[in-house]
Structure formats: C-alpha cells, structure tokens
Design a protein around this ligand. Structure first.
Ligand code: MN
Length: 463
C-alpha cells in the first residue's frame, strides 16, 4: 500500500527556494514514512502549476496500490491551480498543516525565511478550495514529528486502507435474505454504485457440492489443528468434523471466486446436515465479513472494518443485539447470535461444543463457545432508507458478564449503551438502526465517521 505526499508551492520565490522546498519535503516524508507501518509514504513531487496538480491526481487515481494522498504547502501556493485536479480526485485525502521548522529562529528570521516557511498562509489558501469543492478529507494540524500528529496520520491511513478494501468487497450469498425481514434487505444496485460492493447470489447446492469434494484426509488434518487451538468439550467428534468439512469447502469456494465476505440463511439448508457454525466463526476470525440471514450489508461492512482495524489492539466482529438485563441504572445488552460469533471477540479460551438447535431442523451443529472481551467500542450498522444509505454508529462499553451463564450454549458479549440505556436505545430506534451490527473495540467513532464521509454515506452518531 502506498500514500503519495505532494507539496504545494509556486515559482514566485525563485529556484533556490524551490530547491529548499523539495529538500525539506523529502526529509519530512522520510520521517513520516518511518513512523507509518501500514503503508509506504512516498514523496510524489511539488505542485507549482495547474498541469502538475492534475497530472499528479490522475496518476494517484490510477495507481491501484495507492490508497490515499497527503498534501502540505511549504510556501504560499495559489490554489486555483488545484481545482481541476481536486475535482477528479478519487482517493482519500489528508491535508497536513505543519511546518518544516518547529521553532521560530527569532534572532535570524528575515524575509527569505518568511517566504519559505508560510504554510500558515499557504495551507489556508489550499483548504479554502478544498472546502469550496466539498473534498472530504482529514485536516491534521501540528508539528509533523509530534506523536499526536503521527497518530492522527496513522489513523487516517487505517481508514484509507479500509476504504480501499471496502471498494473491492465481493459478497457471496448462499441463499437470499430471511423471508419477510426488512432491515437486512436493501438495494444492492445502489450499494454497488455508492460503495463498489459486488453482491452475488448462489444456490445452496453450489456449496453442498463443494462440501462433497472435501476428503477425509483434509478434514482430519484441519480437525487436528483446530482441537489443538481450542478446548474440545464434546465427545461428538463426528459432528465437529462435519463442521470442519464446511470450513474447508467454504474457504475454497470463496477464495476460488475472490469473495471476501459471505452470507447464509437458515431457511435454505438443502443437503446440509448441520447449520454453519464453527466453520463461519473461524472464517470470520480470518477476516471474511459475515452476515447471517442473508444480511449482505453487514457482511461487506465486516470485511472493510476488519481490514481497517488490522494491527490495532482490540477486535472487530459481527454481532446481534439479542436480549437485555434491565436492572434499573445497570442496563446491559447481551449480544450474540444463534451460532456465529467471531472468536476474535473471546476473552476466554473457546470451547468446541455440540448442542441441538431448534432453528433450521438439522443435526446439532458444532460451535465455539466463549465469554466476550471488554473495553470501549462502537456498534455500527448500515441501513437502506429508500432514498439513501445511512451508517449508524453507537458508542458502547463492552463489559464482563456479571455472572456465568452455564446453560447458554453460544458465545456471548455484553455491553452498556451510551450515554445511558434509555437515550442510547431510543436514539438507535429513532434512527432506524438494525439488529445486526459490526462491533469493534479497535475502531472508534471518528474512524467510522471518516469512512462514512469518504463513501458519501449519511452518518448518525450516538454517544
Ligand atoms: Mn441474526
């Protein structure tokens, strides 16, 4: 992944000044690049003319490895020359408002120094045009070597990588949406226009056929790997191996067809002995987005957000608001799903268990059971309002479950709504929020807001 860095200047101050602008920019980019781990920050050049600005933006747009553009104006730089370029910019942008020098050289300062170091002046000119054109971007202000500045740049890089991943999401849907459910459905054409998501349907027979091709040797090999990773808490080895077969087949099918997300539907299980349980859980842990009951929106969002959060502390996973503890003043949400909870959300070593399941009318499926992680987080959903797509982000606090739940045969997470249960729940209901979410303790509301901005989505923030 690459980020291109461009410095704005102009010819007014002469060749010597331009040489200095270039030398300082290269040093600055070297420093920033050494601090940013997820992308190479590369100095692209100086913009002094309209044609340079347009040429750079075109090259950035067409470079598939480039996820974003950073701009800083060392000198004053007349910004009309940027208009044509910025109008066609298709990559996320960061405007770095900084200076090559930290301190003013009070004893030495003269007009040459003033003319060379005037981002206070030039960046305002540049930002005016950005705002006037409505270019979505992050503005970072401060000395470029400061930790807070580097961490703001780094957070933007994460979101830029997430946005790049999001544009390329391909969702594989086994079966359609659950019958009659409203919020999990939506306009797939609009999603592709707005977000770039390719959302394809397959009959369940396609995956049943793939499962049929998995050999016992392959199954045994992965089974041995899996039981060494978790605690095997069932004598029913055959049921666990059935689920292992599903995992091999699903992964093979997705990878063969370049899918990065998937959905299933328990109303469409022809030819399957079990519902997909542990198989889906383990795929989610590998980074595939998942949506139950055909929910392609949350599946695609899961892929993008997992990518965005890569390398950060915390976890990012598919969730469902299930039931409440409504003790006055201590209200908690118990989140889970009938099987599919991502093991990256585990605070305890997952146990492989096999239990009967009333839904779907199949043999008892194997699943991973665990308690959930704690920490500050966000719960995010995407809903189709008919006229537009709305991204809703609620700030939450994931907490330790107050008591063990020995009879609950599924993984579970618990959290508090913000600012309090009543306000948070009412706001979510009024916004038309879904029951499926992506919960993350690695991402925060500003990451999600920027993702919304860069994709032209309406953003609702509950905090
Ligand atoms: Mn569900």
């Amino acid at each position: 992944m690459k980020i291109y860095f461009i410095t704005g200047s102009q010819f007014l101050y002469g060749e010597e000044t331009l040489k200095q602008v270039e030398a300082d920019s290269i040093k600055m980019v070297e420093f920033i690049n050494a601090k940013i781990s997820r992308a190479d920050v590369i100095y692209k050049g100086m913009v002094k003319t309209e044609s340079e600005a347009t040429k750079f933006v075109k090259e950035i747009n067409y470079d598939d490895d480039c996820v974003g553009m950073m701009v800083w104006c060392h000198t004053f730089s007349p910004a009309k020359m940027w208009i044509n370029g910025l109008k066609i910019l298709q990559k996320p942008m960061l405007h770095l408002h900084t200076q090559f020098n930290r301190e003013l050289p009070y004893d030495e300062i003269d007009m040459d120094f003033m003319n060379l170091n005037q981002s206070a002046h030039g960046d305002r000119e540049f930002a005016y045009v950005l705002t006037r054109l409505g270019v979505p971007r992050v503005s970072v202000a401060g000395y470029y070597q400061d930790e807070d500045v580097i961490s703001e740049i780094s957070a933007w890089v994460d979101v830029a990588i997430g946005v790049d991943c999001s544009k390329k999401v391909k969702v594989c849907r086994f079966g359609d949406n659950m019958r009659e459910v409203a919020v999990t459905d939506g306009d797939k054409v609009e999603a592709q226009i707005k977000l770039g998501w390719q959302i394809d349907y397959y009959g369940i027979g396609d995956i049943v056929q793939e499962i049929g091709k998995v050999t016992d040797e392959e199954t045994d090999a992965l089974y041995n790997e899996i039981v060494s990773e978790y605690e095997l808490n069932t004598p029913d080895v055959e049921s666990v191996k059935e689920q292992v077969k599903y995992e091999i087949a699903l992964k093979r099918f997705l990878d063969k067809n370049n899918y990065t997300a998937l959905t299933t539907n328990f109303q469409d299980l022809h030819g399957l002995k079990q519902l997909f349980g542990m198989s889906i859980q383990r795929l989610m842990a590998e980074g595939y987005g998942f949506g139950a009951e055909g929910d392609w929106k949350i599946a695609a969002l899961g892929t993008a957000f997992k990518k965005m959060a890569e390398g950060r502390e915390g976890a990012t996973f598919f969730m469902e608001d299930y039931t409440y503890d409504l003790v006055k003043g201590k209200e908690l949400v118990l989140g889970s799903h009938m099987l599919e909870v991502c093991p990256t959300a585990a605070s305890t070593k997952p146990k492989i268990e096999v239990h009967p399941l009333g839904i779907g009318d199949r043999e008892p499926p194997a699943r991973l059971v665990f308690d959930g992680i704690e920490g500050e987080g966000v719960a995010v959903c995407l809903v189709d309002m008919g006229t537009h797509l709305r991204l809703i982000c609620a700030e939450i606090e994931l907490v330790k479950q107050p008591k063990p739940m020995p009879k609950l045969p599924i993984a579970r997470i618990m959290w508090k709504l913000k600012p309090d249960f009543k306000t948070g729940a009412k706001a979510w209901l009024q916004a038309g929020g879904a029951h499926h979410t992506v919960v993350s303790t690695a991402l925060n509301a500003s990451d999600i807001e920027l993702y919304a901005k860069l994709n032209g989505l309406e953003f609702v923030h509950i905090k």
